[in-house]
Structure formats: structure tokens, C-alpha cells
Design a protein around this ligand. Structure first.
Ligand code: RBF
Length: 346
């Protein structure tokens, strides 16, 4: 029987020379076309982490469509809005529609929501970045080592503050969530203390991911209280901190950027960019899904040595914003992180 099957396959293959023997494996779908929903938990505008998510997924889909292998991929980007209480119902509606082979999303609250959705719609699969959950056979997660990302920010902030004659550093968060309180804030503090063991870290919370006026007010208060450098993790509200810094002037206030390269946002106020390569992660994991190789059930953690977390050193605006001495010290720390001499587990 097996021999007959092989023979039949060979005949079939011989009759259809245009069917390459190296045909890509079907995506983990079973259907001919593949439909992917990108669920943005918030709004894409002002939150580069979400813009990168959608870009990476589209990049993988475009590449696949350009190959024209008879399995077209469609990507639909859906904004969930800022009301977090509505996200589970919105995700449930997407799953209930049965229209999507995969739902892609990103932030630490998503894995639990996806698990709840899958309790009702077990066929729905999820690719979730910036979150962590293992053991659910329909959910793959990838989390970044944000202790590294925040440490780089705190280290630079303290170097810049020291050069400006001392003073504290600050962190403004949009909201208090576990990754912020257990990883980002402690990592930032750890980095700052590694430069100056006596430095004070001022921490304040906006209350949402969009209110730039409230963020500006908080930032102005922190600058007044002596914070020389601020890290702002507040999505669309970040621009408020930039405004407050500009009003105070470069001698009194600078900003460290998180998630993307922010030097061009307002030179020379932005003194550092601690980035996540979320577009690359979204691209590579979507590609794996389309190849039928995404390891559902697993939770990956990636960091600087995987090139998914980094600090942008080669931008001329960085050189223009800080002194050679600060860059040299920051570079030495980064080299230790990149080589594994300095390990910050997370
Ligand atoms: N980050 C953003 O840039 N924009 C957002 O709208 C946003 N919303 C979030 C909502 C929740 C419930 C949580 C837990 C995190 C959110 N983040 C958002 C933060 C994001 O996951 C990440 O921690 C930061 O972008 C720093 O890398």
C-alpha cells in the first residue's frame, strides 16, 4: 500500500510539473487562504510598540503573498481602544466569528485574556508578544528581557544627570502593571544605582496611555523637584514629557526614549533610545506560523544577546545629544551586556 501511495504521488508529481516538490508546508491552518487579525490593545498612533507589531505581521504576509504559492494571506488590523474592560469581549467576538486562523497581539495583559477566550473557542490560536504564558496549546508568547532594556535607560539617565551636576532621575509610567512594577521600574533603578549609588528615582503614574497634558504636568513637577532625566513609558502621553523638558531647557531636563529610536522626536532633548525589535519579532514569528512551525504552547524570552532588545548608539543625533564621556561609559556597560559579562536575568 505504501509503495502504491509513493508511486501514485510520483505519477501525480510528474503530471503537474508546476507543483514544486519543495512546496512550503501549509500554515498551521488547514485552509487554503490564511487570515490573520492583529488586535491592537489601545491605539496604534503614539504607541510604536503596536505600530511595529502590525508592520511585522504585514511584512511576513507580503513576503508570503509575493511568493504566490496559492495560499494568500490577509491581515486585518483591529484597534481595541483604550477601555481595557472591553478587550476580552472584543477578542471573544473575533474568535466567535471564526474568521481568523490567528490573532496576533501584544502586551502583558493579553495572555490571560486569550486563555479566557480559548476556554469558549478552543480552535482560536494566538501569537502574543510582550507577554508570557506557557502550556496552552493554542497560545505562543514571546516576552522581552525588559530588565535589560530598563537598566540601559537608568544607567544612561544617571550618567547624564551626573554630568549635569547631579540630581535625581525619574520614571513616568502610564499605569501600574506587573511588568512595570516588578521589572521596568526596578531595572531602571538598578541601572541608575550602578552609576550613582546615592541617586534618587522619582516614580509617577499618568493613569492612562493617552493624556499628554497630565504627563506634562507630572514631568514639570518632577523637573521642579530636581529630576534631570526622565524615562517615560506612557504611549501617546509621552509627548507631554517632551514638552515639559523643552519648557525647562536642556540644562535642566532630558528624556530617555523607550521601545523605539526616539532621538529625532526632539533633538537634543532625547539622550537615549532603549529599543525593542518588536517588528522583527512579529515578522519572524508570523513567518514561522505561515510555515507551520510556530511552537504553540511555548513561552520564549528574548533579550539583548538575541538582538531583540538594544540601545541605539549609531545615530548621529545620539552623539549630538550627549558628551563623548557619557557615550564611552554607556558603551562600556553595553559591551558587558552584549558579551554576557553582565547578565541581568528576567
Ligand atoms: N504601551 C504602549 O506604548 N501603549 C499602550 O497603549 C499600552 N497599553 C498597555 C496596556 C496594558 C494593560 C499593559 C499591561 C501594557 C500596556 N503598554 C502599552 C505597555 C507595553 O506593554 C510595554 O510595557 C511598554 O511599551 C514598554 O515596553
Amino acid at each position: 500500500m505504501a509503495v502504491m501511495l509513493i508511486a501514485a504521488t510520483l505519477v501525480f508529481a510528474a503530471c503537474k510539473p508546476r507543483q514544486p516538490s519543495t512546496a512550503r508546508p501549509a500554515a498551521q491552518t488547514g485552509t487554503k487562504s490564511v487570515s490573520i487579525a492583529v488586535f491592537i490593545p489601545g491605539a496604534a498612533s503614539g504607541s510604536p510598540i503596536y505600530e511595529m507589531l502590525a508592520e511585522g505581521v504585514k511584512w511576513a504576509a507580503d513576503e508570503r503573498n509575493a511568493a504566490d504559492d496559492g495560499q494568500p494571506v490577509t491581515v486585518q488590523v483591529i484597534e481595541g481602544g483604550y477601555n481595557q474592560a472591553e478587550w476580552e469581549a472584543k477578542l471573544t467576538a473575533l474568535a466567535a466569528s471564526g474568521a481568523y486562523d490567528l490573532i496576533v497581539s501584544s502586551n502583558p495583559s493579553l495572555p490571560e485574556l486569550a486563555r479566557a477566550v480559548r476556554a469558549k473557542f478552543p480552535a482560536q490560536r494566538f501569537l502574543l508578544l510582550d507577554g508570557e504564558l506557557s502550556g496552552d496549546p493554542g497560545i505562543y508568547t514571546l516576552r522581552y528581557n525588559q530588565r535589560e532594556q530598563a537598566y540601559m535607560a537608568g544607567y544612561l539617565a544617571a550618567l547624564v544627570a551626573a554630568e549635569a551636576g547631579g540630581g535625581r532621575v525619574g520614571l513616568i509610567a502610564a499605569q501600574e502593571y506587573p511588568a512595570m512594577l516588578q521589572t521596568i521600574l526596578p531595572g531602571y533603578r538598578e541601572g541608575a544605582l550602578a552609576v550613582d549609588p546615592g541617586i534618587a528615582v522619582d516614580f509617577r503614574v499618568v493613569g492612562n496611555w493617552y493624556d499628554a497634558a497630565k504627563c506634562a504636568e507630572l514631568a514639570a513637577g518632577m523637573i521642579k523637584a530636581g529630576a534631570r532625566v526622565l524615562l517615560c513609558v506612557a504611549g501617546g502621553a509621552n509627548e507631554g514629557a517632551v514638552q515639559a523638558a523643552v519648557e525647562a531647557g536642556t540644562d535642566r531636563a532630558r528624556i530617555v526614549w523607550f521601545d523605539t529610536n526616539g532621538y529625532a522626536v526632539r533633538p537634543p532633548y532625547i539622550v537615549g533610545s532603549c529599543v525593542l525589535l518588536q517588528d522583527r519579532a512579529a515578522y519572524s514569528r508570523t513567518k514561522l506560523f505561515l510555515e507551520g512551525k510556530l511552537s504553540f504552547g511555548e513561552a520564549e524570552v528574548v533579550g539583548i544577546r538575541d538582538a531583540y532588545v538594544d540601545f541605539i548608539e549609531d545615530d548621529p543625533l545620539y552623539a549630538a545629544a550627549v558628551s563623548d564621556s557619557v557615550r564611552k561609559k554607556q558603551h562600556e556597560m553595553l559591551s558587558r551586556l552584549r558579551s554576557g559579562e553582565l547578565i541581568l536575568e528576567n
